[in-house]
Design a protein around this ligand. Structure first.
Ligand code: SF4
Length: 333
């Protein structure tokens, strides 16, 4: 039998891939990347790297699907709401399942397999929600969850004997001890993204997403900007982003658009700041003084900050004293 496997490359889906290959199921692995995946925190290999490594070790094909704009729509208006932060897990799973269904049709696969574990995640991996997600995706009965299958009603693949229910597992809950033990018995010791990694579950990042949802535009370039620097909401229509290191400073310079203000120190080390939206004179002063606050001033009380507007000629030099910390904190997102 052929099945589509959702393969994140984390511990659970890797275990399931190993189990199903042993069961003799022909797998078509699918790795979904959202803009919020942070399995590869250093950005060296990319988030799909682990999934591709697992797939290649097992000799199975793996498609990497970038759930970009579709995912942003779901994130902006999730039918089933958000989890503890800005994670629309149920709608996210429905989206992934629907895409898996398309790939099932395309590849002639008869069912779908996931590494989900009952009770592992409060929002999307409770029995009732699992059933709802399956139904809304049009995959009722066709999703096999080998790690928890014996705790769930038999799926069609089990009923039809495509897989042996007796060899499926009954793991539940948030502890990963059973999976770690199983990994040992299977000789697996490399699963870098064991607990998954979605920025939307991070409270600080979620605050920025909420702010963008209110003030917009809610598009991919602005989402990418949320991952960088310190963010300050200056007005309904203006925000400031201040780099935290050289890499972020370079990123801000790269993404600055014509007409946007950029602020830099001139004769001391300090950050780059990018203004986005309708920048008024008061915002310019705030930005210059914020850059001065983060600059390496030593014993100096003030420093010169350069203010350029991308595509509009010469820099203006603004002598600036650092802001008071409470002013910074007040505007920080
Ligand atoms: S944690 Fe993120 S990637 Fe995972 S289901 Fe929730 S929204 Fe989707």
């Amino acid at each position: 039998m052929k099945a589509v496997l959702l393969l994140s490359g984390g511990l659970d889906s890797t275990l399931v891939a190993e189990m199903m290959v042993k069961e003799g199921i022909e797998l078509v692995a699918v790795n979904y990347k959202t803009p919020f995946c942070q399995c590869d925190k250093k950005g060296v290999h990319g988030c799909a790297h682990t999934a591709l490594t697992v797939a290649s070790r097992l000799g199975i094909t793996c498609r990497v699907i970038n759930a970009g704009d579709d995912f942003l729509k779901v994130l902006q208006h999730p039918k089933h709401g958000y989890g503890a932060n800005m994670n629309p897990c149920q709608d996210c799973r429905i989206l992934f399942f629907k895409k898996a269904k398309e790939i099932m049709a395309e590849t002639g696969a008869s069912f779908m397999i996931t590494g989900e574990v009952v009770g592992q995640r409060p929002m999307s991996q409770q029995k009732r929600q699992m059933a709802m997600i399956e139904k809304e995706a049009g995959l009722e009965g066709l999703v096999l969850r080998p790690l928890s299958a014996r705790l769930l009603p038999p799926s069609i693949p089990e009923e039809k004997g495509w897989v042996d229910r007796e060899r499926m597992l009954a793991i539940s809950g948030r502890s990963r001890k059973p999976q770690v033990a199983l990994a040992k018995t299977l000789g697996l010791n490399d699963y870098p993204c064991a607990a998954g990694g979605c920025l939307l579950t991070d409270p600080a990042f979620a605050r920025r997403v909420r702010d963008l949802k209110v003030h917009g535009p809610f598009d991919m370039p602005n989402i990418e900007l949320l991952k960088v620097g310190r963010h300050f909401r200056l007005s309904e229509r203006a925000k400031l982003v201040v780099g935290r290191n050289e890499q972020e400073n370079n990123f801000l310079l790269r993404v600055a658009r014509p007409g946007e203000p950029v602020f830099k120190t001139i004769d001391v080390a300090g950050p780059v700041a990018l203004g986005r939206g309708d920048f008024l004179p008061g915002h310019v002063e705030f930005a210059a003084r914020a850059v001065a606050w983060y600059a390496d001033l030593g014993a100096r009380a003030s420093t010169d900050i350069s203010h350029t507007v991308v595509g509009k000629g010469e820099a203006v030099v603004i002598p600036s004293r650092p802001l008071a910390e409470e002013e910074l904190v007040k505007f920080r997102i």
